[in-house]
Design a protein around this ligand. Structure first.
Ligand SMILES: [Mg+2]
Length: 224
């Protein structure tokens, strides 16, 4: 599978919503699938978190497209450049491919509202907690976001997923434990998982029941 690496070029409004049928699974990068390194800038610092590879393998059971969605303000702040980020993402994709895991897309936003570098200084709709990149993926691949899931270690991941109409899972890796303390009625995820593997187990169950519910609803309306 060819993975699309999509660079946010600055999003300011909601792209056209499309009628689609394919659900998908979206997840954050740092603190969710790899160790949080505070502006990761070199390949040698990449460590997959425990259970991520087995979780991604399990997700194959439902065969939904997988998307990595990441804020990369380190570029806006000048800590590393876009070619370094590309190397990191190509390395990640190669490592996943070794385990027979293929992502449909890697979407990143290099912007930040207080960036030192002018070209990246933007209050971007593609930067989580805004859902711009999720809508962009939906537009490109005709995805049904209301049937999709977002896994992340920050409430900004949860907010982006909720704004896009997805079910959301907070993982307690990365910043997850600190973030859990800030949960309120309004920003709460659908599920809190110890780690990525537990999140995928919950998705498998939830997706199965939703499909069952949908099929029986269809049967009822056929018989009506
Ligand atoms: Mg994160």
């Amino acid at each position: 599978m060819n993975t699309l690496i999509y660079r946010c070029s600055g999003l300011s409004e909601v792209p056209k919503r499309i009628t689609a049928l394919t659900p998908a699974i979206f997840f954050d990068r740092d603190g969710t699938i790899i160790e949080e390194k505070h502006y990761l800038k070199q390949i040698t610092d990449i460590r997959f978190l425990h259970g991520v590879i087995s979780g991604l393998k399990k997700l194959k059971l439902i065969n939904l497209p997988l998307y990595l969605v990441t804020n990369q303000a380190g570029i806006a702040h000048g800590y590393f450049d876009e070619s370094t980020l590309e190397e990191i993402h190509l390395f990640l994709l190669r490592e996943l491919a070794k385990a027979n895991i293929f992502l449909k897309g890697v979407y990143y936003c290099p912007h930040h509202p207080t960036a030192k570098i002018d070209q990246y200084c933007l209050n971007c709709y593609g930067r989580k907690p805004e859902p711009g990149l999720l809508f962009k993926a939906a537009e490109i691949d005709a995805l049904d976001l209301n049937w999709s899931y977002f896994i992340g270690d920050k409430l900004s991941d949860i907010a982006a997923g909720k704004k896009a109409g997805m079910k959301t899972i907070l993982v307690l890796t990365g910043y997850g434990k600190e973030e859990r303390a800030k949960i309120t009625m309004i920003n709460s995820p659908d599920y809190i998982a110890q780690n990525f593997l537990q999140a995928t187990n919950w998705i498998l169950k939830d997706y199965y029941y939703r499909r069952l519910e949908r099929t029986s609803r269809l049967r009822v309306s056929e018989n009506a």
